[in-house]
Design a protein. Sequence first.
Length: 134
Amino acid sequence: MVKGPRIETREQVMFYDTDAAGVVHNISYLRFIEKNRTLLGSELGLDYKEMSGSGIYGAVLRIEIDYRRPGRLGEDLQVSGWLEEVKKVKFWCGFEIHRTEDNELLVASRQELALVKMPEGKPTRLPADWKKYI
């Protein structure tokens, strides 16, 4: 059970999200997840507008993604994201993408990230209060 913030976003599959067969392209799923993760970060105190001022950014280290069923042109999708695991400088976020019509799971994904101080590229510790979410 997820204790922390769970972000839900909606996407409607457009022409530019699909390949020639009308099936959602893999890069579109990653874009849907990126939008969700950005909003999740804001809920966790990592406001994307303030990142440029602090110079601390979330850097994706690893992505795992399982494509279970195809999404298709015109469908409405629900993207769910949550904080899954917290270490000292790395963390994992989990994501699922469901078709809203029948709640069918289309994609399950995890991303490993770190907070990095730029321009030095130096990893920074995660906020201590994130442990309460796990």
